[in-house]
Ligand binder design. Structure first.
Ligand code: ADP
Length: 476
């Protein structure tokens, strides 16, 4: 089976969220299981510093009725032989950021029209014809449209699977930009949504099969689908949920080079050392008895920071320390900066994006907070489990599928959950976790070791995707 995996983000070349991690791990797992897979992404400015590439070919890609030059660079995914192609066009991608500086770049539709159309032109140029094109999120939503319009010869038999990583981002553009993709009027029809172009909606309606990144989210979005419920319900029989795995090598506390000390489930001494070092480095009180509540996140509304902020002072009445790593909304950034000043020695806010610090905070924290309003899958709660850091999460989407409530009677479960998106319910879950930590260290120890023993690898998810690919091809 030949699969082209098309993604606007691929770790480590460009990443803003979980999509990038999936785009690295899943193709590697698929290749290991014998699928002939290639990855394609835009050649953003940052890509050049991160990998060796060679110029593969040159293409011409129609965008808004004009031919745009495309220089294709090729390389392979790190620690694998999976080919990755980078579609280059400097005016579109040689910019400081991936999506925008502050606001989204105003020519976003052109940039991802170029990318989607370019990915197909590349297949034709290389005479490498995929059986299946695995498209991801709105950036690639035009691809099934191009296939329907037969704009690239040779791809008539290619099927599409659309994975929705986050329904909160739909690629919505004013109607007067409708000529940019260059689709026929009838093919464009399902892309219209309330007088605007909506690339995700068109992708949902036009892809052969659709999935989201957890079974619970796949059900939830039929009723709470960010305005696309109708489209999703129309595809209900073709809509599936596959939970993301994690990269167990990249996230392995036994070998993690970012840590001050390594550890595993049989010897947690290194975890205590990381905690002491984190407290020292961040100017927190050197107190092994104070549970550290960790947060690593985009500072976006989705992630439930309104709950954290409302409950913050009450939460800090508990004997805890709080460490946050994140960037995003100015309001949230300001709140957490200020909280660090108000709670000097107990709160540390690192308003930045840093992979090494993400690893250190996972290793050093005792609990990880993820009070999301919605969560398609969520990776950080899974990294937390692997690092012996107990997740405290809202019971939604992938969080519900991966975090199972601690039960003292049966000594079961791997974390703490709350149902209602209220500050009180959030606080109650934090309190339950802190109580167990302070009052029953042995039960706490068993709880975190249970999490560390779980197999969260991509193996099971890759098998599920393979089945989905087969189903997609059968849908032909
Ligand atoms: P989402 O994709 O919605 O942002 P996920 O939990 O699925 O949420 O994935 C988030 C990914 O981004 C994780 O790998 C997380 O560690 C990483 N991440 C988010 N913010 C930061 C940050 N400030 N520094 C480092 N990594 C971050």
């Amino acid at each position: 089976m030949r699969v082209l995996f098309v993604s606007a983000e691929v770790s480590p070349f460009a990443k803003t969220g979980g999509l990038a991690d999936v785009a690295l791990a899943l193709p590697r797992s698929l290749a290991a299981s014998g699928i002939d897979v290639r990855v394609v992404m835009p050649k953003y400015r940052a890509v050049g510093d991160k990998t060796e590439t060679r110029e593969e070919t040159r293409l011409s890609v129609p965008v808004a009725g004009a031919e745009k030059p495309c220089v294709v660079f090729s390389g392979s995914l790190p620690e694998s032989e999976v080919p990755i192609h980078f579609l280059g066009n400097d005016p579109y991608y040689d910019r400081p950021e991936i999506y925008g500086e502050g606001a989204e770049y105003p020519d976003a539709l052109e940039r991802f029209t170029f990318f989607s159309r370019g990915a197909l032109e590349l297949c034709a140029a290389l005479e490498w014809i995929p059986d299946l094109i695995h498209i991801n999120d709105w950036h690639t939503g035009l691809i099934p449209g191009y296939l329907a319009d037969h704009v690239v010869p040779g791809l008539e038999s290619a099927r599409t699977l659309l994975t929705i990583h986050n329904l909160g981002y739909q690629g919505e553009f004013p109607g007067d930009q409708a000529a940019i993709p260059g689709l026929s009027e009838s093919t464009l029809e399902p892309y219209w949504h309330r007088s605007k172009l909506n690339l995700l909606k068109g992708g949902i309606l036009r892809a052969d099969l659709v999935n989201t990144v957890s079974p619970t989210y796949a059900e939830e979005i039929l009723h709470e689908g960010a305005g696309l419920e109708e489209a999703l319900r129309a595809r209900e029989d073709s809509l599936f949920g596959v939970i993301n795995g994690i990269d167990m090598d990249e996230w392995d506390p036994a070998t993690d080079s970012h840590l001050w000390a390594t550890f595993d489930k049989d010897d947690l001494a290194g975890k205590a050392e990381n905690k002491a070092r984190l407290q020292e480095e961040l100017g927190l009180a050197a107190d092994p008895a104070a549970p550290i509540l960790g947060v690593i996140s985009r500072l976006a509304e989705q992630k439930g920071f309104d709950l954290v902020m409302s409950a913050f002072d009450r939460m800090m009445e508990l004997p805890v320390q709080f460490v946050l790593l994140g960037t995003g909304s100015e309001e949230y950034e300001a709140f957490f900066r200020e909280a660090q000043t108000r709670y000097a020695g107990r709160v540390s806010s690192m308003i930045t994006f840093s992979e090494p610090w993400a690893h250190r905070i996972e290793a050093a924290s005792d609990m990880f907070l993820m009070p999301s309003h919605y969560e398609p899958c969520g990776l950080n709660q899974q990294y937390s489990l692997r690092y012996g850091t107990v997740p405290v999460v809202r019971a939604t989407g992938g969080l519900r599928d991966t975090v199972h409530p601690y039960d003292s009677a049966t000594d079961d479960g791997n974390g703490f959950l709350f149902e209602q998106p209220t500050p009180e319910a959030f606080l109650d879950a934090v309190r339950r976790a802190v109580d167990l930590f302070t009052q029953d260290p042995e039960a706490w120890d068993r709880l975190r070791r249970r999490g560390m023993a779980q197999d969260l690898s991509w193996d099971a998810s890759a098998v599920a995707y393979r089945k989905l690919y087969e189903k997609t091809l059968e849908s032909a």
